[in-house]
Design a protein around this ligand. Structure first.
Ligand code: NAP
Length: 291
């Protein structure tokens, strides 16, 4: 088997399950044909994880694509790792219904990882004091569905260190994963420490800065040094630190390119050059104001 068709390596979660270090990001991946083509290229390139969400509107398309494509690769449902997320409009009393809706959209008996997408609630101001109660209620709902085996692992996304500490103090089931924006411009030192101390897997999103980091002169220079592409060095920078990544592409050639990150190593000097780009810059939403 060539390196480009090997299955991506995994990291252990605190549930005892292994999660792939590489998954296909699915934000803005819409339309049955586009999803089918991207999932096909991903499975062929060794991806075994897919990151969807209720708000992406593509859970049903992902479920249908997998049903059609898994047999083509001699795979079964157990061979893939499916993540989805509770939308901010279902935060609080709508959480059980929202999660069950994700399951029915996907057409699956269980979801491997289900995340609270955002610490706030749709329709409430970020400073609204009902936000903490709503996310606590969502967590209890996810714990119950986890106990029933419908959500194999549960976690959170876009939580700040304060949101994480609040959850750790009240939860019965510890979150398995925290998914946040992570790339050389936003290294999330404090959140990584919180995760390390609490046994939570820290997972990156927007590793390519939504495409904008691919032309950063320092990133381009490191890529030229090691004869790789800017996307590959950005993804390698994360996985070399043990951080799982979720590059999004709808382009089969780029999907393959983004999977070829486990057959080279960045030198300490190149890792350092990328890490030195830190300046607390985000390309996505900022949860720091959510109480
Ligand atoms: P990203 O993966 O950083 O970047 C995606 C962009 O880069 C797309 O425009 C894509 O275009 C382009 N691209 C991908 N590979 C490329 C390559 N090799 N060469 C050139 N261009 C390339 O952005 P993202 O979608 O924000 O983040 C990734 C995933 O993380 C999301 O899809 C989602 O699953 C997850 N995420 C989660 C949250 C959250 O709140 N939990 C927030 C953001 C993202 P093409 O499609 O045209 O290739």
């Amino acid at each position: 088997m060539s390196s480009s068709t090997s299955t991506a390596p995994t990291v252990p979660l605190n549930t005892g399950v292994q999660m792939p270090l590489l998954g296909l990001g699915m934000y803005k991946l819409c339309g049955g044909e586009a999803v089918l083509q991207a999932v096909d290229a991903s499975l062929a390139a060794g991806y075994r994880a897919f990151d969807s969400a209720a708000v992406y509107g593509n859970e049903a398309e992902l479920g249908r694509a997998l049903k059609e494509l898994l047999p083509k690769y001699g795979l079964t449902r157990e061979d893939v790792f499916i993540t989805s997320k509770l939308g901010p409009n279902d935060q609080g009393e709508g959480a059980t219904k929202g999660a069950l809706h994700s399951l029915s959209n996907l057409g699956m008996d269980y979801i491997d990882l289900y995340l609270i997408h955002w610490p706030g609630t749709r329709g409430l101001d970020v400073t609204d004091q009902r936000n903490p109660g709503n996310r606590a209620q969502s967590w209890v709902a996810l714990e119950e569905l986890h106990a029933q085996g419908k959500l194999k692992a549960i976690g959170v996304s876009n939580y700040t260190p304060a949101h994480m500490r609040e959850l750790m103090d009240s939860c019965k089931v510890r979150p398995a994963v925290l998914q946040v924006e992570f790339h050389p411009l936003e290294r999330q030192a404090e959140l990584r420490n919180v995760c390390r101390e609490s046994g939570v897997c820290f997972q990156a999103y927007s590793s390519l800065g939504r495409g904008e980091l691919l032309t950063d002169p320092q990133v381009v220079q490191v890529a030229e040094n090691c004869k790789r592409t800017p996307a590959q060095v950005l993804l390698r920078w994360a996985v070399q630190q043990g951080v799982p990544v979720l590059p999004k592409s709808s382009n089969p050639e780029r999907i393959r390119e983004n999977a070829r990150i486990f057959d080279f190593t960045l030198s300490d000097s190149d890792m350092g050059k990328l890490s030195a780009l830190e300046r607390g810059h985000r390309f996505c939403w900022d949860p720091s104001q959510v109480v």
